[in-house]
Design a protein around this ligand. Structure first.
Ligand code: TPP
Length: 368
């Protein structure tokens, strides 16, 4: 038999990839380029979103200094990711459930976590991980990608109980290379649970560029294997991030199942403040390119053109934010010293015999 025509694998792959074009609404010059998708946000909401982004940048800048002074424990800078973080979280309701990663502190605080608790968490203090019962979030996940499996579980619980709530979770490009990522989106798709999975592709997993982690042309297309929609968004564009996250929430809430969103973004600073040196793996020129796409510049220009913002407003606000941040730092510094016995007591509802002995021994050392 003569094989007349061979299957064109390359064309097949190209046709798959064409479905994942990046969505942008607000371009680098602060102009609307996709008027069909402009989200329905009032002037007040737009200004509030920008204020939240400014606050997040101020928190980042102060935290970098604190970390350099040795006054924080772990800290993962978030500068560059303000649109990806603050505009996406704006799309969710107070009743929705959040599963964040370690870089998502601004989202947790925006959702109501007292800032001093975030500082305590950074220092590894047990109280930094103790949330009020009605605060609907897990603590920031350190094991990359693990939150995706838990998110599927929380979503399944909501679905089984007929709750009108959505789950939203964040990981990075590195997280999307983990088995947990695929298991999470797969099971969520199979059970059609209300989860919005967000991958913040800041292009590096510590020093590994995202292009070296996967042959996939986008991370959004990984959704196809789970049979769920995947959308690639300009992660430096607050309007596009919000519009897609809001639509994804509506889709999930209506019972259609999960969605995967890739926000293509940039981390402007080191992975963490614990010795990572981006000069070893990142081209100096790439900073200039990405700082030109800065979500702060874009949103500021857009609001200024609309007559909703001026520079004087901004300077006063930053001072105010800095003051609030300093107060939270002080509160965290003044917290009672971490007790190892307390940490051990919280491990299990009923401590094992070995733990009981350790707790007693620590209590003696701690002078109780
Ligand atoms: C399962 C697991 N493997 C390795 C690590 C070590 N680790 C910490 S952060 C990180 C990179 C994560 O990169 P990414 O998911 O892109 O998120 P980003 O830090 O860029 O926000 C790695 C490998 C970890 N925390 N968990």
């Amino acid at each position: 038999m003569i094989n007349k025509k061979k299957f064109d694998f390359a064309a097949h792959l190209k046709s798959v990839e064409e479905n994942y074009q990046m969505i942008q609404i607000l371009n680098e010059k602060g102009d609307i380029v996709n008027s069909d998708l402009v989200p329905d946000l009032s002037n007040e909401e737009l200004v509030q979103l920008f204020k939240d982004m400014l606050w997040s940048r101020a928190l980042n800048d102060r935290s970098v200094i604190l970390a350099r002074q040795g006054r924080l424990g772990f800290f993962g800078p978030s500068a560059g990711q303000e649109a990806s973080q603050l505009a996406s979280c704006l799309a969710f309701d107070k009743n929705d459930y959040l599963l964040p990663g370690y870089r998502d502190i601004p989202i947790l605080v925006k959702r109501g976590l007292p800032l001093y608790k975030a500082f305590l968490w950074s220092k590894g203090h047990v109280e930094g991980g103790m949330y009020p019962e009605d605060f609907l979030s897990t603590t920031p996940e350190i094991i990359i990608g693990a939150q995706y499996i838990k998110a599927a579980g929380v979503g399944l619980g909501f679905k089984k109980r007929g709750k009108k709530q959505v789950v939203f979770t964040y990981t990075g490009d590195g997280g999307s290379s983990q088995g947990d990522f695929y298991e999470g989106i797969n099971v969520a798709g199979a059970f059609k649970v209300p989860v919005v999975f967000i991958v913040q592709n800041n292009q590096y997993a510590i020093s590994t560029p995202w292009r070296k982690q996967t042959a996939a042309n986008t991370l959004a297309q990984k959704a196809a294997a789970a049979g769920i929609p995947g959308v690639l968004v300009d992660g430096m564009d607050p309007l596009a991030v919000y519009a897609i996250a809001k639509a994804a929430r509506d889709w999930a809430l209506a019972g259609n199942g999960p969605i995967l969103i890739e926000t293509f973004t940039s981390r402007f600073q080191p992975h963490s403040m614990s010795g990572d040196d981006p000069k070893l793996y990142r081209d100096e020129d790439s900073y200039a390119e990405w700082e030109g796409k800065d979500p702060m510049i874009r949103m500021r220009t857009y609001l200024t053109k609309k007559g909703l913002w001026n520079q004087d407003q901004e300077e006063g606000l930053i001072k105010q934010f800095d003051q609030q941040i300093q107060e939270a730092v002080k509160k965290a510094d003044d917290a009672p010293k971490q007790k190892i016995s307390q940490l051990l007591e919280l491990m299990f509802e009923e401590p094992t015999q070995v733990l009981k002995e350790q707790i007693e021994s620590y209590k003696k050392k701690e002078g109780e």
